[in-house]
Design a protein. Structure first.
Length: 209
């Protein structure tokens, strides 16, 4: 009887061990799957967090040489900008430092337009802009064009120039077709790596029990 009892007891122990190992691996798999899912969520959230707004074109084009002075400067972004005069500024500065924009910038969806006076001396004109994305993030940058023939006006003093765009916290300077305000992606990547690593370590610990 004693021998038979020992055999039965030994068989129960083996079954419990198999169940215990199986449960441990299932728990390890769940921990790893949770960590991978969390990492995926972080990575997919990094893309929309990084992109705010981008200047995709300007008229005159950035770096263009024009013989006839334009009557306005037009900026086109890839996303709509907020239609608030207080948050949208465009300045046009000539080669002698004179400002040539006329009146406040006008916003229509993703397009921003500012009128110009009759430009003066030939040379490089710098267009500086600052707009507010729909998500509330400011985006700033510059484009320039070359006037090859002098305009019809001497250097005037514009009656009501737009205020210079202030440097605000969170502004991202840009040049040319950039104008893009990007948040760094590396914190998201680092967070994903840490989560996946922690999940893997937890899975290994559970699997060894």
């Amino acid at each position: 009887m004693s021998s038979a009892g020992e055999r039965v007891w030994g068989g129960n122990t083996s079954g419990q061990g198999v169940v215990s190992v199986s449960s441990s691996w299932r728990a390890a798999g769940r921990a790893l799957a949770t960590a991978l899912l969390a990492g995926l969520v972080l990575l997919t959230g990094a893309a929309p967090a990084a992109a705010h707004n981008t200047l995709i074109s300007s008229d005159p084009a950035d770096g263009a040489a024009v013989a006839t002075a334009p009557q306005a400067v037009r900026l086109t972004f890839d996303l709509p900008v907020q239609e608030m005069a207080a948050t949208t500024t465009v300045t046009v500065t000539g080669p002698d430092g004179t400002r040539w924009e006329r009146g406040p910038a006008r916003v229509a969806g993703s397009k921003v337009t500012t009128g110009l006076g009759s430009l003066g001396p030939a040379g490089r004109y710098v267009v500086a802009f600052r707009v507010l994305s729909e998500d509330g993030h400011p985006v700033s940058g510059t484009v320039d064009f070359e006037l090859t023939e002098p305009g019809s006006s001497p250097s005037p003093s514009p009656s009501s120039p737009s205020p210079a765009a202030p440097a605000a916290a969170g502004d991202q300077g840009a040049r040319g077709g950039g104008g893009r305000s990007d948040m760094p992606v590396w914190p998201w990547l680092l967070g994903a790596v840490v989560l996946v690593g922690a999940g893997g370590a937890a899975a290994l610990r559970v699997g060894r029990r």
